[in-house]
Design a protein around this ligand. Structure first.
Ligand code: 4IP
Ligand code: ZN
Length: 153
């Protein structure tokens, strides 16, 4: 399938297992009509690391993270993150830009515009991360708990 968008972004580990580390990796993201796939770039070659089926994305969260400095190799405070949450499990693919590549807030993001046309979006989302057993925004302890903030489209 033809790529619609390609961009190098920083992703948070999806933490599929309880023991998964929480870290951030720079990856090349490629969006097509049906999938969002990410690759590691090494010696100018692309190695596929993962992919998300757009049909399964139910929620695009705009994570507010204006004050925290994320400890990773790209040592920049992030203005905002976009998190793509899947319907049937608690995995979330979180993409961030660093401040050299400032995104605007809300839906004003090329990725979000493309993706929102392809997916079923839940009415509400969580504006902060799920971390150490709870949603930092609302304190709910169920990772699949419904969002606590409505979209302002
Ligand atoms: C890995 O950490 C990377 O962050 C993976 O990201 C991530 O997989 C793993 O999380 C996490 O354990 P290390 O490289 O330090 O081992 P990537 O695939 O981009 O390299 P995801 O699922 O986020 O792709 P788990 O939970 O998937 O294992
Ligand atoms: Zn919440």
């Amino acid at each position: 399938l033809t790529p619609i968008l390609e961009e190098t972004l920083i992703k948070r580990s999806q933490q599929k297992k309880r023991t998964s580390p929480l870290n951030y990796k720079e990856r090349v993201f490629v969006l097509t009509k049906s999938k969002l796939t990410y690759y590691e770039l090494r010696a100018e070659k692309r190695f596929k690391k993962g992919s998300v089926d757009l049909q399964r994305i139910r929620c695009v969260e705009i994570v507010k993270n204006n004050t925290t400095i994320i400890p990773c190799q790209n040592k920049y405070p992030f203005q905002s993150c976009k998190q793509f949450r899947e319907e049937t499990d608690s995995r979330a693919l979180t993409l961030t830009h660093d401040e050299r590549n400032l995104p605007s807030s809300g839906w004003d993001c090329r990725w979000c515009d493309e993706i929102k046309n392809n997916v079923q979006i839940a009415a509400k989302f969580h504006p902060q991360f799920w971390q150490e057993g709870e949603w930092l925004c609302c304190g709910q302890v169920d990772k699949l708990a419904p969002g606590c903030e409505g979209y302002n489209l």
